[in-house]
Design a protein around this ligand. Structure first.
Ligand code: SF4
Length: 361
């Protein structure tokens, strides 16, 4: 639906002037800082992003350094934020920026959209916050606030609904403060018109304009189509130790957690005796096998339901021993042996393995 949001502007900007949180990338909204922070903020809370942002900017202070950084170091800096393709896309875009744009982000919405990992939201955020261009930046927060204000029951998971809202906002954006306007709506969505629980309408600067408030439909808007159920995958994780070092494998370049390190494992849950039998069949000289218990990790479309074992070996396995998913030929990369300290400092072991990482000494 089309809606005229012009009456929200002055109330949003006034509210933002008094309520904007102080954030490291806001104090100095360089295009590079805005870009990195916006990519980090997708799927991650502001409070959690702060320290990652500081560390990232300290290690990679500009687009040139991002373009040339070793991938393992980049992924290490990203460790804990998840969705590692975001980090890879940052680097791909940085390489293009150095090659074609003199190492700077272009001050143009359409040019920004051409870069890997930059969709309409991020392009709008960079254009408006860093370059003061009147383009909307519609994320989940903005969709929620504006759908409630307009009392709209359209399904926000549909691309055309987001597109319409972008057009409605573009039509009224204040040319003098486009970045503040976008940030005001996002901030209101994050702190007042919140996604979980009742919105704090008594603290909202738009309460007198809000159709959802008027009609008592705040809890029914925004409308979201049911997501498909996640696929459940069972796994057995082997934390294999020999001589104080543990074996890791690099995952294949495609698919879930592509190119990241992992503990070896197979795609089924094995009991203690079945695990022992399995490793025995693979030719391991085991000293001890200790059950570590079950753990679960939730990705966007898949859940891993894991069980794990600490396996102490008498000696290291040979380079060509097929530990990981041997029957399925899943991982053909050679094993890497590393101490607990090296795993902590050098290798990026995704948070899916956090529960088992605790057992490294
Ligand atoms: S009045 Fe309530 S529902 Fe409406 S925008 Fe404000 S916080 Fe959200």
């Amino acid at each position: 639906m089309m809606y005229d949001y012009s009456s929200t502007i002055e109330f949003l900007l006034d509210w933002y002037d008094q309520n904007a949180r102080i954030l490291p990338w806001r104090e100095n909204p360089k295009p590079y800082y805005v870009w990195i922070s916006e990519i980090m903020l997708q799927q991650t809370r502001v409070e959690a992003v702060k320290s990652y942002f500081e560390r990232f900017i300290h290690a990679l202070p500009d687009i040139h350094s991002l373009a040339v950084v070793d991938e393992d170091k980049l992924l290490k800096l990203w460790e804990g934020l998840g969705y590692y393709n975001r980090a890879r896309n940052l680097q791909k875009a940085a390489v293009i920026l150095v090659r074609d744009y003199g190492g700077e982000l272009p001050s143009d919405y359409t040019e920004l959209l051409k870069l890997p990992g930059i969709g309409s939201y991020t392009a709008g955020a960079i254009a408006s916050i860093a370059f003061h261009i009147a383009e909307p930046a519609v994320d989940g927060n903005v969709l929620r606030v504006m759908m409630r204000v307009s009392g709209c029951f359209d399904d926000i998971t549909e691309a055309k609904v987001k597109k319409q809202l972008e057009e409605d906002i573009r039509a009224v954006m204040p040319k003098s403060r486009p970045g503040d306007f976008n940030q005001a709506v996002m901030e209101l969505g994050a702190t007042v018109c919140i996604p979980v629980g009742r919105p704090l309408c008594d603290k909202c600067p738009l309460v007198h304009l809000c159709q959802a408030y008027k009609n008592r439909t705040e809890d029914k808007i925004p409308v979201k189509k049911e997501k498909k159920q996640r696929q459940i995958k069972e796994r057995t994780i082997f934390v294999i130790e020999a001589g104080g070092e543990y074996v890791l494998y690099k995952r294949e370049k495609k698919g879930l957690l592509a190119g990241l390190m992992e503990f070896p494992g197979i795609e089924m849950k094995l009991s203690s005796s079945a695990a022992e039998e399995y490793l025995d069949k693979m030719g391991y000289s085991m000293e001890q096998i200790i059950p570590l218990g079950d753990a679960k990790h939730i990705f966007s479309h898949v859940e891993w339901h894991m069980t794990g074992y600490l396996v102490r070996l008498q000696e290291r396995v040979a380079e060509d021993t097929k530990i990981y998913g041997a029957e399925k030929g899943m991982n053909k990369n050679p094993p890497v042996w590393a101490s607990a300290k090296e795993i902590e400092e050098i290798y990026s072991l995704p948070s899916a393995f956090d529960y088992y990482k605790k057992f490294l000494i």
